[in-house]
Design a protein around this ligand. Structure first.
Ligand code: DC
Length: 202
């Protein structure tokens, strides 16, 4: 039976890092679903209609090297509100989740909408301040211009939009296990996530 692992949570809570490590541990493929929305958001910034962009999204769009900026994150959160955009990306995500041998998907609505039957669901959180500091450090490390106050304001704005949209809002599935990474190192968060999933897997 394919073992789908759903990892959701707000921006910069650590879910991407955890999802990659969990996928490596269980030796199964990983899909960062935020990248789909970032690719659509990026195309909207290029002047393309977001619904058209979602319907025609290609491997090349996902391989662009300019999807990890603060502007693209905001654009992704904006296109993610559009029901037609979400609908266009649904089948691809569900097919990925149903792969033989299992899969790890991380995003905002994996445990609630994409894989409601996933046997293991994690909801990864951290305080807005801790998440902003991590995102700020990443941007600085990549040589991008950033201010901590602005990154914090953007994190809060994105949380608010992602949690309060009508379609597939960010929220924990009823059967998700919560993992707060505010006080954890990356290694501790990854070890805890693997322990929780192992326990679910039996
Ligand atoms: O995980 P991320 O920061 O790369 O996601 C960017 C935006 O994409 C996020 O603010 C909301 C949207 N998103 C979503 O609506 N549903 C998902 N499953 C993943 C991301």
């Amino acid at each position: 039976m394919p073992f789908a692992i759903a990892i959701d949570g707000p921006a910069a809570a650590g879910k991407g890092t955890i999802a990659r490590a969990v996928a490596a541990h269980f030796q199964c493929p990983h899909l960062d679903t935020g990248l789909l929305y970032r690719a659509v958001g990026r195309k909207m910034m290029d002047g393309i209609d977001p619904i058209e962009a979602a319907v025609t999204l290609s491997e090349d769009d996902l391989a662009r090297d300019d999807l990890r900026t603060a502007d693209v994150a905001q654009a992704a959160s904006k296109v993610a509100v559009i029901a037609e955009v979400r609908a266009a990306l649904l089948d691809f995500q569900r097919a990925f989740a149903a792969r033989t041998g299992g899969a790890v998907l991380d995003g905002r609505d994996i445990g609630t909408v994409i894989c409601p039957d996933a046997p293991a669901k994690l909801f990864v959180t951290a305080s807005a301040e801790a998440r902003a500091k991590r995102r700020y450090d990443e941007l600085i490390e990549r040589g991008q211009d950033a201010s901590l106050d602005q990154v914090l304001a953007e994190v809060k704005e994105r949380d608010d939009r992602d949690m309060n949209r009508a379609d597939a809002p960010l929220r924990p599935a009823d059967d998700a296990i919560h993992l707060d990474t505010t006080e954890l190192s990356i290694e501790e968060a990854v070890a805890k996530a693997i322990e929780l999933i192992e326990a679910k897997r039996g």
